[in-house]
Design a protein around this ligand. Structure first.
Ligand code: DOR
Length: 440
C-alpha cells in the first residue's frame, strides 16, 4: 500500500536532509520528499510526530546460521530481529555449514531469503574453500552469484602467502575483503582478553597484538596490490593508530566497530559469564577510549553488530568450551545512539552515515540505491524514537537464540517502524516501550 510518513525528522547526510518532512513511498520506491505532501484516500498515513527517520539501516556483519546451524538462528528469525532493530539490509557471513564458498550455496541462501527473510539479505562469500585458508574459492563465480564482499570471518587468513593471493584475487573481482584479524598462534586456546580477569579466572589470555599484527601485516601485503581491505570488529585500541596511519597514507583501508567493544570491558566475563565471551574479546577501558576516538576522528567509518546467535545449551558449557559471540541486531541502534550521540562522540548525522551510506559503499550496495533517500530510490526506512526507553528481556528478543549480555539493561531509544521496499516489516507495540527511569 502506498505510505506517507508524515512529519518525520528526516536525517540523511548523503542527501543533505536534516529536518521535519513528509516522505511518500509507493511501488517499493521513494516517490516524494517534501512538506505537507498530499495523498489519495487509499494511502496508509503514518504520523511520525517528529521522530527520527533514517534510510533503512544496513548491517554489514551478521551471522544468520543458515545453512546448517538452524538450532541457533534461521534467515527468518535473524531477519525478524534485524527489522525489529531497524535494519532493512543485512550482509551474512559465510561461516555456515557448509561454508558459503560455492555459487550453489549462495543461490541457496538467496532462495531461502526470498522465501523467508523479513529484510534484504546479501551474502559475504568465503575467500578460501571451506574457510580453511588453504585454497582459494572460485571468487569470480561467487561474485557473479551475488557475493557483495569476501571474508573467512570466524577465522583469519593466517598465512601471508594465502593472504597475498586473496588480496590480489579479491581485487580483481572489484569487491572488498573483510578480515577477521586474529593471529592464530597467539590465540590458540585463548578464551578472553589477556588481563587481570583472565588471570583471576585461570584462563589463557588473548593479547591485543594478535589483532594488531594481522592488520599491520595485511596493510603491508596490500601495498603493492591495492585491494579494498576492511578490518572487522576492532577490539584493540592499538589497531586504531595502525589504521589511522594507513588511511593517512592514502591506502584503501577501512574498519568497523561493534557496540560491545564500545560499551563492555573484560569485567563482563567475570564469574565465567559466557554471554560476554566474544571474538575478538572484550578488552579494557583504555581500548574503549581509543575506539571511541577512532570513531570521533573518522578512522573507524562503519558500525556493525557481529550478531552471533548461540543456543542456551552451547552457552552453558564451561567458559573455555562455550562458543564466542552475542546477539546484536535488536540492541545495536539504542546502544550506538547512547554511547556515540548522547555521549557526545559524534553528531547524529555521523551515526546515520556509519549505519547507512558507509556500509552500503563498503558492500557496493550504493549501486542499488541503498543507504540513502532519493526520489526514485528504494523505499527502505527506519523510524526511531530516541526518547523511548525499554528494558532488554532476552526471552522477548526475536532471534532464535537469546545470548545477550544486556539482559535487564535500559535501552535509550526504540525502533518504531522499519520499511523494506515500501512495506512495513516492523511496527513496535507502543506498550512495550514503557518508560523506565533507572539503569541496571
Ligand atoms: O564472537 C564471534 N562469533 N566472533 C566471530 O568472529 C564469529 C562469531 C560466530 O560466528 O559465532
Amino acid at each position: 500500500m502506498p505510505t506517507l510518513l508524515r512529519n518525520a525528522h528526516v536525517v540523511d547526510p548523503s542527501s543533505n536532509l536534516d529536518g521535519v518532512l513528509d516522505v511518500a513511498l509507493a511501488d517499493g520506491r521513494v516517490v516524494e520528499i517534501g512538506s505537507a505532501l498530499s495523498t489519495l484516500p487509499a494511502w496508509d498515513i503514518v504520523e511520525c510526530d517528529g521522530r527520527l527517520l533514517f534510510p533503512g539501516l544496513i548491517d554489514p556483519h551478521v551471522h544468520l546460521r543458515e545453512p546448517g546451524q538452524e538450532h541457533k538462528e534461521t534467515i527468518a528469525t535473524g531477519t525478524s530481529a534485524a527489522v525489529a532493530g531497524g535494519f532493512a539490509t543485512v550482509c551474512c557471513m559465510p561461516n555456515t555449514a557448509p561454508a558459503l564458498d560455492t555459487p550453489e550455496t549462495l543461490a541457496w541462501v538467496r532462495m531461502r531469503a526470498e522465501a523467508s527473510a523479513a529484510c534484504r539479505v546479501f551474502a559475504v562469500a568465503a575467500a578460501t574453500k571451506g574457510r580453511k585458508g588453504e585454497e582459494l574459492a572460485e571468487l569470480h563465480l561467487l561474485r557473479q552469484a551475488g557475493a557483495v564482499a569476501f571474508s573467512d570471518d570466524g577465522d583469519c587468513i593466517a598465512t601471508p602467502g594465502m593472504m597475498s593471493r586473496v588480496l590480489s584475487s579479491v581485487k580483481a573481482t572489484g569487491a572488498c575483503f573483510m578480515q577477521h584479524c586474529q593471529e592464530p598462534t597467539l590465540t590458540r586456546g585463548s578464551a578472553m582478553h589477556a588481563g587481570t580477569i583472565a588471570t583471576k579466572l585461570g584462563l589463557s589470555g588473548w593479547p591485543r597484538v594478535a589483532e594488531e599484527l594481522i592488520i599491520e601485516r595485511d596493510i603491508r601485503l596490500n601495498m603493492g596490490i591495492g585491494c579494498a581491505y576492511h578490518a572487522q570488529h576492532l577490539s584493540s585500541g592499538g589497531s586504531v593508530g595502525i589504521i589511522a596511519r594507513a588511511r593517512e597514507a592514502g591506502l584503501p583501508v577501512s574498519a568497523e566497530v561493534c557496540p560491545h567493544h564500545l560499551l563492555l570491558t573484560h569485567d563482563a566475563c567475570d564469574n565465567y559469564n559466557t554471554l560476554a565471551k566474544v571474538n575478538p574479546p572484550l578488552r579494557e577501558q583504555s581500548d574503549i577510549d581509543a575506539l571511541l576516538k577512532g570513531v570521533a576522528s573518522g578512522v573507524i567509518t562503519v558500525l556493525a553488530t557481529d550478531h552471533a546467535p548461540h543456543s542456551a545449551d552451547e552457552k552453558s558449557l564451561a567458559f573455555e568450551d562455550a562458543p564466542f559471540g552475542m546477539l546484536g541486531l535488536q540492541t545495536a541502534l539504542p546502544l550506538f545512539y547512547e554511547v556515540l550521540v548522547e555521549g557526545g562522540v559524534v553528531p547524529l548525522s555521523t551515526l546515520v552515515t556509519m549505519m547507512t551510506t558507509a556500509p552500503a559503499k563498503l558492500c557496493g550496495l550504493d549501486a542499488l540505491g541503498l543507504g540513502s533517500f532519493r526520489v526514485g530510490g528504494p523505499a527502505d526506512c527506519t523510524l526511531f524514537d530516541p526518547s523511548a526507553r525499554w528494558r532488554v528481556e532476552p526471552q522477548a528478543l526475536l532471534s532464535k537464540s537469546k545470548n545477550t549480555p544486556y539482559g535487564g539493561m535500559l535501552m535509550h531509544g526504540a525502533v518504531v517502524g522499519t520499511w523494506v521496499a515500501g512495506e512495513r516489516r516492523y511496527a513496535s507495540e507502543g506498550s512495550a516501550q514503557a518508560l523506565q527511569t533507572s539503569r541496571r
